[in-house]
Design a protein around this ligand. Sequence first.
Ligand code: 6PG
Length: 238
Amino acid sequence: MAREQLSEVRYGWNGFADRQGLAAALAGQIADRLSGAIAQRGAALLAVSGGSTPAKLFAVLSTTPIAWDKVTVTLVDERFVPPSSPRSNAGLVAANLLQNKAAAARFVPLYHEAASIEDAAATDSEALRALPWPLDVVILGMGGDGHTASFFPDAGNLDELLDPASRRIVLPVHAASGGEPRLTLSMARIVAAGFVALHIEGEDKRTAFNGAMGPGAKKPVRKVLEAAPRPIEVFWAP
Ligand SMILES: O=C(O)[C@H](O)[C@@H](O)[C@H](O)[C@H](O)COP(=O)(O)O
């Protein structure tokens, strides 16, 4: 096989005419996966990203009739701010996802007060070890710079963040482009999920994604797609 083919990245492309159609379809797939996990092992584990993209998806998912009392929700990543901050992903999830039927879910945050973000990541890794791993569903977002989760291209510990063999669950991130210091699930935990969806919206994000799939230095989002044992499903609407 030609060398360039060896680095070929596999993913599913799910394009929609509008964002509401994407939210309905993706929420349906998430609900099916969570319900399947509950039927199989009595519990389901979901990790969602923050930012601005997922609010509409969260609103639709929150009204989906599944056994939410058997679902644990956590975050793919979090800014090192309290839930009261407008920058908090936990605040976004509380206001948009943990409502309606999904209010019955258990939420496990990443942020808590700590002397340093390194201490917070270490405490998180121990606290989250008791969750019903592996993740059944992960919802990733993507920035225009090709970051996903908090795997920012300018992160000082990017190699550690992208290490598929890492035994850590939560890692600290210092990256100027990420704003505050961040806490992020490790690559290993993310790609081990039964279903990973990359949710992006708008022409700029599609252009950035296509660029990341092309030749040249590999952006973090491409490294995640390549590390995933099962093709990640990309959900896009204009
Ligand atoms: O904490 C975060 O910001 C996210 O987890 C991050 O990875 C996000 O998914 C992308 O930055 C896209 O953000 P937007 O949806 O705001 O474009």
